[in-house]
Design a protein around this ligand. Structure first.
Ligand code: HGY
Ligand code: MN
Ligand code: MN
Length: 426
């Protein structure tokens, strides 16, 4: 943000909300949430719709009481804490994020946006601010997509209810269906009344850790997020035949593992050969069966996570991936399943400007950036004016037990969020 940029002054309500954020309370709640699935190495293991996540949801429900608050849950098990407005017939302003983590995640990915949103609501209470629109804190189901694919499943169903049917059939590595865990989660939260998917939303703003190196490298304490890059997920399955490792000649095998490994090598070489610093390609999972040391593998599945700010580049890379798989099957057979596809998201200027004005009021050094990670905000942007706010990640580390952010930055972000919510819900 240039030093000469000027913004309309925030309302007195917004300034008061910012001033009433209680940093100690924020950090206390953040650490308490991290204890659900907390690991000795400082990481958190709290995958979507597990018993651990259900305990964390129950804890959240116990954090806020009072006549102006109510809890709601929908068919995707998205959980909402609603703070009444003076005109409850108006669509809510929403904030929030997710509390599910990667198998070995950090204490802040998603959880920060939920706790910062909770603190912002409590700051509005402390400041005595009455908002015209109700405000809802959303805890979106299964954002990570590591247990059930695709990611951002709850927010996707919220904006496109028809997508829930397919999501309900998604199974985890043990064959447990999303629908079964959804039912168990809804049943575990009887205090939450049922609300439909697809409700109208006035605006959405999500606070999140950057999960990358940009803010820290540029000396910024806050990031005004203008959009999210595109993402595509694939699962490639290679099938061959089991054979005896000792008796079967090398030229007489249908070896799924060697075939798949060659494909992975060529796909990786393709990505590097493009020489595009904005391209991200990750093979995160590679599973071979039957997994015996002395049996030629007859089945391999591996995944690809592809990201780029331009959809045309994603499409070109997908074509090359499909070609490499088709060319490389040899005596095996292979198929490419696309698990997730999301074009780049541009956030709404009117919300980005309010975020930037609140950041300016905070006085913290900041910059604008596009998110490398995807977030629930990418779906909300399809149905209402949306933007995000980032705080820095130490060393850009995330999806890792070492994920961390300075407490002062977490508090600064919550102050800005409180101001933005007060401004949007006037
Ligand atoms: O994968 C992502 O970008 C998100 O952190 N789940
Ligand atoms: Mn996240
Ligand atoms: Mn994540």
């Amino acid at each position: 943000m240039s030093a000469t940029t000027t913004f309309p002054p925030l309302s007195e309500d917004a300034s008061q909300a910012m001033a009433h954020v209680d940093g100690r309370r924020l950090i206390g709640m953040q650490r308490a949430l991290a204890s659900f699935g907390g690991r000795a190495d400082g990481g958190v293991a709290r995958e979507a719709l597990t018993a651990t996540e259900r305990e964390a949801r129950r804890w959240l429900i116990q954090q806020v009481a009072g006549p102006r608050y109510s809890w709601h849950i929908d068919a995707a098990a998205n959980l909402f804490l609603r703070r009444a407005g003076t005109d409850d017939s108006l669509p809510p302003v929403m904030t929030g994020s997710h509390i599910d983590t990667q198998p070995v995640g950090g204490w802040l990915d998603g959880a920060y946006g939920v706790i910062a949103g909770l603190e912002a609501l409590l700051a509005l209470d402390a400041a005595g601010v009455e908002t015209r629109h109700p405000i809802e804190l959303a805890i979106w189901t299964n954002e990570e997509g590591s247990r059930f694919s695709p990611g951002a499943m709850g927010s996707s169903a919220f904006v496109e209810p028809a997508s829930l049917a397919a999501s309900l059939l998604s199974t985890d590595a043990e064959g447990v269906r999303f629908e079964i865990e959804r039912d168990a989660t809804v049943a575990a939260l009887p205090e939450a009344s049922t609300v439909p998917l697809g409700r109208p939303v006035q605006a959405y703003v999500e606070a999140h850790i950057e999960q990358g190196p940009i803010l820290e490298a540029s000396g910024c304490r806050l990031g005004v997020v203008t959009g999210i890059q595109g993402v595509r997920w694939f699962e490639i399955t290679v099938r061959g035949s089991c054979a005896h490792a000792g008796t079967t000649p090398l030229d007489n095998r249908r070896d799924a593992l060697m075939t798949a490994a060659t494909m992975v090598g060529r796909i990786g070489e393709m990505a590097v050969s493009l020489g595009d610093p904005a391209l991200r390609l990750t093979v995160g999972r590679f599973e071979a069966a039957p997994g015996a040391i002395n049996t030629v593998a007859d089945r391999v599945t591996f995944t690809i996570d592809l990201r780029h700010p331009e959809d045309a580049v994603l499409a070109a890379c997908e074509r090359r991936i499909r070609e490499i798989v088709a060319e490389g099957t040899g005596a095996c057979v292979a198929e490419v399943a696309r698990l997730m596809q999301r074009a780049p998201t541009a956030f709404a200027d009117e919300v980005v400007t309010i975020v930037e004005a609140a950041v300016a009021t905070s006085g913290e050094p900041s910059c604008r950036l596009v998110s490398g990670a995807f977030h629930d905000a990418m779906h909300l942007a399809d149905v209402c004016p949306t933007a995000m706010l980032f705080v820095p990640s130490h060393g850009g580390i995330s999806h890792n037990a070492a994920e961390d952010t300075d407490e002062t930055d977490l508090i600064a972000g919550a102050r800005v969020l409180a101001g933005v919510l007060a401004e949007l819900s006037r």
